[in-house]
Design a protein. Structure first.
Length: 181
C-alpha cells in the first residue's frame, strides 16, 4: 500500500514538473535556426583554401614519388638489358640494389599516405574549428538559442525554410575569413 501511495505521489510530481517545463517552453520565446552543414563545408573559403593547399602539397609529394618510380623503372630496364652479361656476383649486387630502391619507394609511398592523412585531418580540423567558433559567436550576437547543423545522414528531418540561415552564415563566415587574411 505504501508503494502505491509513493508511486502515485511520484507520478503526480513528475506530471507537475512536466507541466511547469511545458509552460516555461511555451512562454519563453526560443530562437532556433538550422544550417546545412555540407553547404557550409563545401563553400566556406577557409575549407576551399585548405583543400587547395593540400592538393598543392600532394602534387609536390607525387612528383617526388614519380621520380623514385622513374629511377626504379630505369634501373630495372638497365638491369634486364645487361643481366645476361653479368656475373652471378654482379647480378646479386644489382638485384640487392633494385630491392633496396623498391623498398625505399614503398616506404616513401606509405609515409606520404600517412602524411597526407595527418595533413588533411589537421587542415580540416582547423577549418571546422573556425566554422564552429564563428557560428557560436554568430548565434550569441544574433540572439539564437539553438542552431542545428543538418547532414545528409538525417540529423534534421524537417526544417521550415525560414529557419534556414545557411547562406547568411556562409556569407558572413567568408567575409570574416577574408578580413582575417
Amino acid at each position: 500500500m505504501r508503494l502505491i501511495t509513493f508511486l502515485s505521489w511520484f507520478n503526480g510530481l513528475i506530471g507537475i514538473l512536466l507541466i511547469c517545463f511545458g509552460y516555461y517552453l511555451y512562454t519563453k520565446k526560443t530562437t532556433v535556426a538550422y544550417v546545412k552543414t555540407g553547404v557550409i563545408i563545401e563553400k566556406y573559403q577557409g575549407m576551399i583554401d585548405a583543400r587547395n593547399k593540400l592538393d598543392r602539397k600532394a602534387q609536390e609529394w607525387g612528383g617526388n614519388l614519380d621520380t623514385l618510380k622513374f629511377n626504379l623503372d630505369k634501373a630495372l630496364i638497365s638491369y634486364n638489358a645487361t643481366k645476361t652479361k653479368l656475373s652471378e656476383k654482379q647480378k646479386a649486387a644489382q638485384e640487392l640494389s633494385l630491392n633496396e630502391q623498391k623498398n625505399v619507394l614503398m616506404k616513401y609511398s606509405e609515409e606520404l599516405e600517412l602524411k597526407a592523412q595527418k595533413e588533411e585531418e589537421q587542415l580540416t580540423r582547423t577549418a571546422l574549428n573556425q566554422i564552429n567558433s564563428y557560428i557560436e559567436q554568430y548565434a550569441k550576437t544574433k540572439g539564437y538559442d539553438l542552431i542545428v547543423g543538418t547532414t545528409t545522414n538525417g540529423s534534421l528531418l524537417y526544417g521550415a525554410e525560414k529557419l534556414d540561415i545557411t547562406e547568411e552564415i556562409l556569407k558572413e563566415l567568408n567575409k570574416s575569413y577574408y578580413s582575417e587574411k
